[in-house]
Design a protein around this ligand. Structure first.
Ligand code: FMN
Length: 172
């Protein structure tokens, strides 16, 4: 589904005890959303289920972050990341997401799940400039190479700080 929502500069802040949960099939289509995820999204459960997860995508998010998310999940690992999402009325909310693959008893991929919490205070000082830089790189590349170019920049920044993406994210 094409997202035709216009972003507005109004933030919704999660409470400390908020947990926003969604599950998808192996293709990233929503199969489950908990009450808090539905409530904050502004959509009804019927509007969400069966849709691609990009229904909540915010245009300020670099494509490289989602490329990294899918690369990490495809290799069977958990992904951790800060994500800015958009509500049905265009407002935004930041989350710290843990996204995991799940498997059937036969070891086949069953789908994915994401658990989102309120980000730690001060995360934006680190994440917003980094994402802005990634978006800039993406604008300077053709659509086909933009996500990989953006991941290269991210890796370069991690190397400069003598770290890697996962420990970096988990210590913010
Ligand atoms: C379990 C799971 C949770 C996801 N959660 C989000 C999310 O909260 N926000 C988001 O923008 N994309 C999320 N995605 C990634 C989307 O599937 C998609 O890759 C992303 O929105 C970029 O969409 P686009 O390539 O159409 O721009 C999630 C994917 C999975 C598998």
């Amino acid at each position: 589904m094409k997202n035709r929502v216009t972003p507005i500069n109004a933030e919704i802040r999660l409470r400390d005890d908020h947990l926003l949960i969604s599950k998808t099939d192996p293709k990233g289509r929503l199969t489950y959303c908990n009450r808090e995820f539905i409530h904050i999204s502004g959509y009804s459960e019927m509007e969400l289920l069966g849709q691609q997860h990009n229904i909540v995508r915010h245009p300020d998010m670099p494509r490289g972050v989602f490329r990294l998310l899918w690369n990490t999940l495809s290799s069977g690992n958990e992904f951790f990341g800060y994500i800015k999402n958009m509500t049905k009325d265009g407002r935004f909310y930041w989350v710290m997401a843990t996204v995991t693959p799940s498997y059937t008893s036969l070891g086949q991929l069953a789908g994915y799940a994401s658990v989102r919490r309120k980000p730690r205070d001060g995360f934006a000082q680190t994440i917003e400039p980094l994402y802005a830089e990634m978006l800039e790189v993406e604008r300077n590349h053709g659509a086909a190479d933009a996500p990989d170019a953006s991941i290269r920049l991210l890796e370069q920044r991690m190397a400069e700080m003598n770290t890697e993406y996962e420990p970096f994210i988990l210590t913010i």
